[in-house]
Design a protein around this ligand. Structure first.
Ligand code: NAD
Length: 486
């Protein structure tokens, strides 16, 4: 095993797992080899982390925000300084190709940059509401909070929550995906090096049991979750029924509506990049292309672009053997139901990495909206094409999806673009953009079954979630009158 057995990071130390805890193998998806083992923590480990976080909270929350963010200036510099090593880790445990892994670390740095601006964005408010009477609003941290993250961005998704939550004065416990747990330990080390006091950030490894313990623990006040819709619902229900605030981001099925007037090259290259980037394992990946009327010239170019991609070089593996099998089954089923596989990645092979979980980009035309592959999240490098005659029919297909993460339209018409942006049922929409991720200070978050809870997970939209406001009314001048509001 390349890496030693992983340890939880609690109270500023990496603590060995109790001997009775089960261990799970961690795989390198490119080679199919075991690179580490992760302990599956439960109630006792979560409780130990909560106790340390509670002890650290009074001092950390009383530290002025201007001082708290100094840690994140240093952390951002460390992310940049160690980018080769951190992106290498992401490639190793998740399979992403080098350029994608690098982009992930740069995005973590960008998220941290936003946290550094929080003192300027959250100064509070004050108003003289009556003669001599002032109302002010100040933000206070929630307390001990937790973030539960998925496998597809081992470094970035933890950094959606941790810099903002911690800069705003909370003590955060991270429960990373058990499929990609190695990056979390490096994040902990870099935060420690940046000067974050013990107990303010901790890592508890595990799966279902650890998540349930987090949802149930009375000492945790807020939980952010990112993962599949099925588990987002479980976590949202369980955390809120235990009277915690919860923001649970779920899965996606993103639709790209392509008009006949779209710029051929821009549309084709953006759509293929969106469906194949990170091997299609992004909640922002193009999943359904709704081709309106005469778009064959664009589809022909997409075939060329996708067909030229080399597995292992331009596209990494999917996360596991089980994921590869599941994705392949979706493709086989669509084909057996009459859809036409025009680019087929099922037979992808990478020399020297025969045991890796590779799939090439796959494009399937003439898919009917009622097929399973058009409705369910596939989470692999697969794009289905549904054909419609009008933009309203295309919007009806998009609107019928239970998800609502992202949607895009490719067109040269401003009117059509605006119409689709208004009528798509998704939280993040784009025009001529394959991956319409909002960048900070704007916030990341979908609609419908792609997000449960109020607010968004990054940017300005996360400030309300990680804080509680205190409304303060003061009167110092004795001459101010008395009325029923006094
Ligand atoms: P997942 O739901 O399987 O796992 C997410 C987290 O939940 C992990 O930490 C895991 O340990 C935990 N978990 C798994 N099973 C559990 C159970 N039964 N009870 C309690 N906790 C459990 O998701 P994944 O496969 O790691 O990630 C892929 C999914 O995440 C996709 O659906 C993708 O769309 C979604 N995702 C969404 C966003 C977004 O912003 N909406 C971003 C990234 C990924």
């Amino acid at each position: 095993m390349k890496y030693a057995e992983l340890r939880n990071y609690v109270g500023g130390e990496f603590v060995p797992a109790a001997p009775e805890l089960p261990l799970l193998d961690v795989y390198n998806p490119s080679s199919g080899t075991i690179i580490s083992r992760v302990p599956l923590s439960a109630v006792r480990e979560v409780d130990a982390a909560v106790r340390c976080a509670k002890a650290a909270f009074p001092k950390w929350s009383a530290t002025p925000i201007k001082e708290r963010v100094q840690v994140f200036y240093r952390y951002k510099a460390l992310l940049e300084q160690h980018i080769d090593e951190l992106s290498g880790l992401v490639t190793e445990e998740n399979g992403k190709i080098a350029s994608e892994a690098r982009a992930e670390i740069l995005k973590s740095a960008e998220l941290t940059e936003f946290a550094c601006s929080l003192p300027q964005i959250t100064p509070g408010e004050v108003l003289e509401v009556s003669r001599g009477v002032e109302c002010r609003v100040e933000r206070f941290p929630v307390g001990v909070v937790a973030a539960i993250t998925p496998f597809n961005f081992p470094n970035m998704v933890p950094n959606w929550s941790l810099p903002n939550a911690i800069a705003l004065g909370n003590c955060l416990i991270l429960k990373p995906s058990e499929l990609v747990p190695i990056s979390a330990g490096r994040i902990a080390e870099l935060l420690r090096e940046a000067g974050l006091p013990s107990g303010v950030f901790q890592v508890v490894h595990g799966g279902k049991d650890a998540v349930e313990a987090i949802c149930d623990h009375p000492g945790i006040g807020a939980v952010s979750f990112v993962g599949s819709t099925k588990i987002a619902k479980v976590v949202y229900r369980r955390a809120t029924s235990n009277l915690k605030r919860c923001l649970a981001l779920g899965g996606a099925k993103d639709h790209l509506i392509v008009m006949p007037d779209a710029d051929r090259e821009m549309a084709a290259t953006n759509i293929v990049a969106s469906m194949s980037g990170c091997a299609g394992q992004r909640c922002m990946a193009a999943s359904v292309m709704v081709a309106v009327d005469k778009t064959d010239h664009i589809i022909a170019r997409m075939k060329e672009v996708a067909g030229a991609m080399v597995p292992g070089k331009d596209i990494g593996p999917v996360i596991s053997a089980a994921a590869k099998e599941r994705i392949t089954r979706y493709i086989d089923e669509a084909e057996s139901q009459g859809a036409k596989v025009i680019i087929d990645g099922r037979k992808a092979k990478v020399a020297g990495k025969e045991d890796g979980y590779f799939l090439g980009p796959t494009i399937i035309d003439y898919v009917r909206p009622d097929m399973r592959i058009a409705q369910e999240e596939v989470f692999g490098p697969v794009l289905v094409i549904v054909r419609t005659k009008t933009v309203d029919e295309a919007l009806a297909v998009e609107n019928a999806s239970p998800y609502g993460n992202a949607a895009s339209v490719f067109t040269e018409s401003g009117g059509v673009a605006r119409y689709v942006m208004e009528h798509a049922s998704a939280g993040m929409v784009g025009v001529n953009v394959g991956v319409p991720v909002p960048r900070e200070p704007f916030s990341f978050g979908g609609w419908n079954e792609s997000k449960f809870g109020v607010g968004d997970i990054t940017g300005r939209g996360s400030i309300e979630f990680w804080t509680q406001s205190k409304k303060m009314t003061t009167k110092w001048n004795r001459e101010a009158g008395v009325n029923w509001m006094s």
